[in-house]
Design a protein around this ligand. Sequence first.
Ligand code: HEC
Ligand code: HEC
Length: 195
Amino acid sequence: MLRQFGSRALLGGALVLAVAPTRAADIAAGKEKAEMCVGCHGENGISQMENIPSLAGQLDQFVQWQLVFFRAGARKNEQMQPIVEQLNNEDIRNLGAYFASLTPPKGPKDDDPDLSAKGKQAAAGRRCASCHTDTYVGTKAVARLAGQREEYLVKALHDYKSGVRSGGAQAVMADVAYPLSEEEITALAHYLAHL
Ligand code: HEC
Ligand code: HEC
């Protein structure tokens, strides 16, 4: 009796596992769910609000991981907390696919090319492209940085530097950001925001 029940339960579990990873993300369902996000992250995932990142064209895996980090409390933000509490794994998968499918923001016209040149130099010296790719569009769980809001990039680098945010992938960004000077952070954010 017990054994039979056990093997049935096991079979049920195996079926769920076999089905879940192969089910494709549903972009249309992600778009519908993303109505919860528009008020802050903007129409079509382009943020018009200070300290709120654009999500358009952000990497599918990166978006999914950040939502999981928020939900688990590993990344903390008062505004995101009540949102992620309402998301299940399927929502997260669909939202990742939806935002990745949107046209990424284009950096505004560069109002300080000298600062961008400094940022470009700092990025080369710190080997930022070795993970974020040469065009800073990111890959997998490594964020897209090109065209992101400048003040949000400054905030993110400060959060890693101070340890407020540790991130995934062995917390590499904490190590990367720790030695950055204020001048470097300002220049890097300006350079990347205008790509
Ligand atoms: C009330 C405003 C608000 C709403 C609504 C909101 N967000 Fe956010 N979101 C934020 C803020 C603020 C941050 C930046 C957090 C930080 O500084 O660490 C953020 C960060 C994020 C990030 C991390 C992006 C990055 O580049 O690090 C993701 C992913 C995200 N939100 C997804 C969503 C999704 C998906 C929804 C809708 C289901 C949503 N958010 C709704 C305010 C909001
Ligand atoms: C060893 C690989 C690696 C290197 C080198 C690296 N990064 Fe990152 N970066 C990552 C990963 C992985 C993430 C996602 C971390 C997380 O989950 O929070 C990230 C995230 C970020 C974010 C947050 C983006 C967002 O939308 O929230 C910023 C900003 C950033 N990196 C800037 C930089 C800059 C500037 C440099 C060079 C000074 C750099 N990175 C070098 C791997 C790297």
